[in-house]
Design a binder for this molecule. Structure first.
Ligand code: CA
Length: 222
């Protein structure tokens, strides 16, 4: 999951980036509307968090240009313009949700999860595993798996990229170890544990040497 944060206030930039990374997603931060517009025209994101009062190009104009390109990308507007008419203008311009400043980071995270879930559907089934994106619950045959916060980030990352190899280095970074060597050892420990947790669901985690990991259904007959 790659999320673009468009915000010109540096303290808020840091807070939002930390929140997004803490949720296990990749964050890219830009501080002006023109840079945001250029990136949105050229690159793929799963969600945009968009401030309205921005230098060089107003947030609403960034949104209008994005929608004119017919992109179905979810957009969450953040703005101190909390008057009802601004909220309505934002939603009419194609925003999916609107969060007035100041806001609580827990509320921000809940809105981000809800918007990302729409893109994914509420539940992903893989093997006999059932993953609920919003509550971040993993069920196997109706029984919830017991997962630590790092387990959740690991499993969510594997499911987000199901069918593709998830890079080990980026897992270490998402799971919160800045020291790369230590982080990669930590990832190995969690992968080992996750394999045992997922075996009853008929899922295997393959090691792709020198690259990372791939989640897939176990072949019949083992
Ligand atoms: Ca601003």
């Amino acid at each position: 999951m790659r999320i673009l944060i468009v915000e010109d206030d540096s303290a808020l930039q840091r807070g939002l980036e930390q929140a997004i990374v803490g949720m296990g997603y990749l964050a890219q931060v830009v501080g002006d509307g023109e840079h945001a517009d250029t990136l949105l025209a050229a690159e793929q994101f799963d969600l945009v968090v968009l401030d309205l009062g921005l230098p060089r190009l107003d947030g609403l104009e960034v949104l209008r240009r994005l929608r004119a390109r017919r992109r179905q990308l979810p957009v969450l507007i953040l703005s101190a313009r909390d008057r009802t008419e601004d909220r309505i203008t934002g939603l009419n311009s194609g925003a999916d949700d609107y969060l007035p400043k100041p806001f609580d980071l827990a509320e921000f995270e809940a809105r981000v999860r809800a918007l990302l879930r729409r893109g994914h559907g509420a539940v992903t089934c893989f093997g006999r595993l059932e993953w609920h994106w919003e509550s971040r619950q993993a069920l196997v045959d109706g029984t919830a798996l017991s997962l630590s916060p790092k387990d959740l980030i690991l499993l969510e990352s594997l499911l987000q990229q199901a069918g593709k190899v998830v890079n080990k280095e980026s897992l270490a970074w998402r799971m919160g170890d800045a020291d790369l060597a230590a982080g990669e050892n930590m990832v190995e420990v969690y992968i080992h544990r996750m394999r045992r947790k997922l075996a009853p669901a008929g899922l295997a985690i393959l090691t792709v040497r020198g690259v990372g990991y791939l989640l897939r259904e176990e072949a019949d007959g083992g």
